[in-house]
Design a protein around this ligand. Structure first.
Ligand SMILES: C[S@@+](CC[C@H](N)C(=O)[O-])C[C@H]1O[C@@H](n2cnc3c(N)ncnc32)[C@H](O)[C@@H]1O
Length: 266
């Protein structure tokens, strides 16, 4: 597939060419295969077909979606959360802590947070009641997240001791299954960031490696605004390590020492 054809498709969904830089080859392949299955000889024929056929549209959106993730992605962030940010938040909110992972893919980010919380139990005599919501646009990813089975590649930031403690090793296929106590008490929901909110009054929201990377402006800003409306005043927003706040957003201040973490000022 030529770049200009791929651009045409991305434009149809308001997706950003730059966001797909590293994954373009693979996504193009997935789309080309779909075009072949549907007997579409050109991008225009494909665009016409997905306009009329809801199933083909849904499949095309899924093939355009990048769902790459891993446990403790951006290690510096998780160290900063454990050592610096969370102890302070827990002091300020001793009763209840609400956390939302928006665009959670197969659950690696949410389970990383749950593992971090288990660590905090060792150093804190009292922790607030934790309420975690994890959402994604695609139900298939959430089904896999609930199942919680991962390849060794997703666990490369996890030490052997942690792996022993939080995962069951599955003999067949060299896979690791997250243990039931880590899976417990997570509210999984299918939700499109551009549609209804997943809840409100969150203390911490993870919005990493989705709207701020893969969508074009003004959708980046719109997605960000929709999500951050659900954040409490003085709540924390966590973005991906290659992501920036859109220029029009002014009510957030960057955390002094943990990159990618923003504090909502108003
Ligand atoms: C690359 S993964 C990021 C996973 C995790 N947040 C991380 O940083 O490791 C992006 C996820 O965002 C989801 N996503 C993309 N657009 C979305 C939207 N409009 N609403 C909800 N989820 C969306 C995708 O389905 C995918 O699972």
């Amino acid at each position: 597939m030529h770049d200009d054809q791929f651009r045409q498709l991305l434009d149809r969904f308001n997706l950003a060419w730059s966001g797909y830089r590293k994954v373009r080859k693979g996504v193009k392949k997935r789309i080309s295969r779909h075009m072949q299955t549907l007997n579409c000889p050109s991008m225009q024929a494909y665009l016409d077909l997905i306009k009329q056929n809801k199933e083909a549209l849904r499949e095309c959106e899924l093939r355009l979606t990048v769902s790459i993730s891993r446990f403790f992605r951006d290690r510096q962030l998780w160290d900063g959360l454990e050592e610096d940010l969370l102890p302070g938040i827990i002091k300020t909110h001793p009763r209840r802590l609400r956390v939302w992972s928006a665009g959670c893919a197969r659950g690696e980010e949410v389970y990383s947070f749950k593992i971090l919380w288990e660590h905090l139990k060792q150093t804190h005599t009292h922790l607030p009641a934790l309420e975690i919501t994890a959402t994604d646009k695609h139900s298939a990813y959430l089904d896999q997240a609930r199942e919680g089975i991962y390849t060794p590649g997703s666990l490369k930031e996890i030490s052997p001791e942690m792996r022993e403690r939080y995962f069951k090793s599955r003999k067949r296929g060299n896979r690791f299954n997250i243990k039931a106590f880590v899976k417990a008490d997570i509210d999984w929901k299918v939700q499109d960031i551009f549609a209804v909110p997943a809840g409100s009054e969150f203390n911490i929201i993870f919005l990493r490696n989705n709207v701020l990377t893969y969508y074009k402006q003004p959708l980046r800003e719109e997605g960000l605004c929709r999500v951050t409306k659900a954040l409490i005043h003085h709540g924390w927003l966590i973005v991906g390590s290659h992501e920036k706040m859109p220029a029009g957003v002014s009510n957030f201040r960057r955390h002094a020492s943990i990159p990618w973490v923003y504090y909502r000022e108003a």
